[in-house]
Design a protein around this ligand. Sequence first.
Ligand code: ADP
Ligand code: MG
Length: 368
Amino acid sequence: MKFRLHCQAMNGKILNVGLLFGGRSGEHEVSLRSAASVSRNLDPDRYRQVLIGVDRDGEWSLQGRGRFRRESYGEVLEILPRRPPVSVLPGRGLAAGRRRLALDVVFPVLHGTFGEDGTVQGLLEVAGLPYVGAGVLGSSLAMDKEKTKEIWRQAGLPVLDWVTVGDAAPASCAAVLARFPLPVFVKPATAGSSVGISKVRDAGALAAALSEALRFDAKALVEPAADAREIECAVLGNADAVAFAPGEVVPRHEFYSYEAKYLDPEGAELRLPADLPEATRQEVMRLAVAAFRAVEASGMARVDFFVERGSGRVCLNEINTIPGFTSISMYPKMCASAGLAYPRLLDRLLELALERHRRRAALQFSLT
Ligand SMILES: Nc1ncnc2c1ncn2[C@@H]1O[C@H](COP(=O)(O)OP(=O)(O)O)[C@@H](O)[C@H]1O
Ligand SMILES: [Mg+2]
């Protein structure tokens, strides 16, 4: 696939790009890593970076030039304390103290709650700023695994069966166990990075797994455990979204847990491209775009699948509207292997953000 260089959107002008990173989320640390990679890869001839850190309490502050820290697994962009607080000026962007920040576009490099779930997207809408990735609706739908699955199922897309348990959907362990044979997976409806997820092998462990998941959200999902390969597919674009050749994650743990993802450097192997029969590869790419459209995502998303061992049946698992973005993360790697190197991927995402904003700005929001 060939990609044009999309300079025209920027008219040769240096763009002021706000990077929002950190966040009030179980994935705070992951965001610091993603942000380090994004910051390092933004072309300085085209962009001026404005680093805005979001601490664990959700406070925003202007980070100046930023400080990088090298960890065993790579670089993180630190959040420095006692920096000028950043606030939203409705309709007029963002401000640091009393000073309005010059910003053309914002990249929320935030994973999980209060970042990937539509809340920050809502703030940026109110501020009137273009931003990378899905809008409010797409972000919040994609963040909620129950709503995502309902929408996909309604659209005729394949998902694993599930039951929802929580305050609004009380169910006894006995009722859950009557529905699915063990093992089952129990997960919070809205979380990420495998936070709060357990595989339950015996009936006695279900109650504890549910309480664990319900620490992170008021709703938990219980699903049959798929005996499946884990396939991931990058989608890029707005109305014209395309899917790239899928990759495979091969966890070396019981499942693709938080440890396997982030703590154990040998926790999982990423295979790119995934070794799949041609028909399955096509099916995954087709379903990835359909899944992206169904939740009204935009800009980018990584759509994750189960491909059942034996039957080869393809099933959607989840969609991440702000996927891991370190240079060794699956999303940028899938784009790179299609010929879109990391810095060019950033160009494209920023351009898609501006395009989406222009379209929305052209809409009429009142009768006069
Ligand atoms: N129903 C399932 N069957 C098999 N494995 C599962 C199932 N649900 C989750 N997993 C395992 O748990 C991991 C994390 O679950 P996932 O639903 O993708 O949540 P997260 O948003 O935290 O990544 C998956 O990558 C997979 O390894
Ligand atoms: Mg996942």
